[in-house]
Write a protein that binds this ligand. Structure first.
Ligand SMILES: C[S@@+](CC[C@H](N)C(=O)[O-])C[C@H]1O[C@@H](n2cnc3c(N)ncnc32)[C@H](O)[C@@H]1O
Length: 377
């Protein structure tokens, strides 16, 4: 027996450390018990902050910077706050309406200022690529879409589905480069769809070219009457709880020989992760799939290539969003968040600061983004 398999066998019986998916029943139960304590502590810290306990940013940051590497490296199982984080859910995406209310249909003026709203680069709520020397947020997003164009091998004339298209940033940018590419964009957020409808009437926007079709709807229910040459989905699968169902659906609308490019937040830990804080306040039912989860679901679509993008790219993106959010204070403080702005501001800054730290911890080598190129199995 090798030393690795001996250690794996031993880990089976020791709670907390290593891979929770292989624990003996006793070690599993003990680990889940400690998770409850971690959840309670995390929520107590977060809620004290958002309810008004004044803590300087530097203190909060050092708390994140100290704790996160320890969890990521030694106790990843404690980052799975609920059993559902470890398993596939029944529905492809759970709690979609709550998610829209809490996150994507927030006042758009705030979100658009935070994400950046350019002439060609519309708000894009996903990682920018900084490692190729981008000088600002907008350029980092252009570099990221250029990278996607290359990896998905987009050709002029392709008919493409953007599964969870946000504000239409990727379709708009790609269509600006390819005069014969057509796009269909699916999104459940009514506010983001309104943004795109407005652009579809704006002669300066490529969304008005007649080559863009908007579908407002839930990815659980979406039916497509045509098949696509290429499909892409960027930053959406943290809201997908069932990869098997999602890949079956996408395979059914991908042409033979077509390609699917999936870009997700990922963790190089043995288990998927989430948090009680983000589940309650930011992304209900959101989870970060571990880097091996996608290739281990090769039933209808199979992964033929994958890339890990270092988390520091996302840390820098979040740092820019945090700065934009802070800079827009006077313009966004009167908008309707459903709660008092002072509280919303703390709740939102807690999330942004945490994610700046998360993606930077362990030099970005554990919590980053994953890209997967998939074809029919
Ligand atoms: C993080 S944003 C990424 C948007 C875009 N791909 C980008 O890179 O900017 C996730 C997108 O998925 C959409 N989304 C989330 N859950 C959805 C669901 N159940 N049905 C349809 N769209 C959904 C959100 O409204 C949002 O536009």
């Amino acid at each position: 027996m090798t030393s690795i398999s001996t250690k794996r066998n031993l880990d089976r019986y020791i709670p907390l450390i290593g891979d929770i998916n292989v624990k003996s029943p006793l070690a599993y139960t003990a680990t889940r018990g400690v998770v409850k304590v971690v959840n309670a502590v995390q929520m107590a810290v977060a809620e004290s902050y958002i309810n008004g306990v004044e803590v300087p940013d530097s203190v909060l940051r050092s708390l994140f910077d100290t704790c996160m590497p320890i969890f990521f490296k030694y106790f990843p199982s404690l980052l799975a706050p609920y059993e559902w984080v470890l398993q596939e859910t029944d529905r492809m995406a759970e709690g979609s309406r709550d998610l829209m209310k809490l996150q994507y249909d927030l006042p758009q003026d705030m979100l658009n200022r935070m994400l950046g709203d350019g002439k060609v680069i519309y708000p894009k709520y996903s990682m920018g690529l900084w490692q190729k020397g981008a000088i600002d947020l907008q350029q980092s997003q252009m570099h990221m879409i250029d990278d996607l164009i290359e990896k998905l091998d987009i050709q002029d004339g392709d008919n493409i589905l953007d599964f969870g298209c946000g504000w239409g940033c990727i379709p708009n940018y790609v269509m600006s480069k390819f005069p014969n590419v057509r796009f269909t964009g699916l999104n459940l957020s009514h506010e983001q769809c309104e943004y795109m409808r407005h652009k579809m009437q704006d002669p300066e926007s490529y969304l008005s070219s007649g080559r863009f079709t908007l579908m407002e709807g839930d990815l659980n229910d979406a039916q497509f009457s045509e098949k696509f040459d290429k499909i892409l989905s960027v930053g959406v699968f943290c809201h997908v709880g069932n990869l098997t169902h999602a890949f079956a659906k996408l395979a059914s609308c991908l042409k033979p020989g077509g390609k699917f490019f999936l870009h997700i937040i990922t963790v190089r830990t043995p288990n998927n992760i989430s948090s009680v804080y983000t589940h309650k306040y930011i992304f209900p039912h959101g989870r970060f799939w571990n880097f091996d989860a996608v290739p281990s679901h090769n039933q209808d679509l199979k992964t033929i290539e994958r890339w890990y993008l270092n988390g520091t790219n996302y840390s820098q993106t979040f740092a820019n969003w945090l700065k934009n959010f802070d800079d827009s204070y006077t313009d966004v403080k009167e908008l309707d968040y459903g709660i008092d702005f002072a509280k919303f501001r703390r709740l939102w800054r807690f999330y942004l600061m945490w994610f700046v730290a998360n993606f930077a911890s362990c030099d970005g080598e554990i919590n980053g983004n994953g890209q997967f190129l998939m074809v029919h199995a």
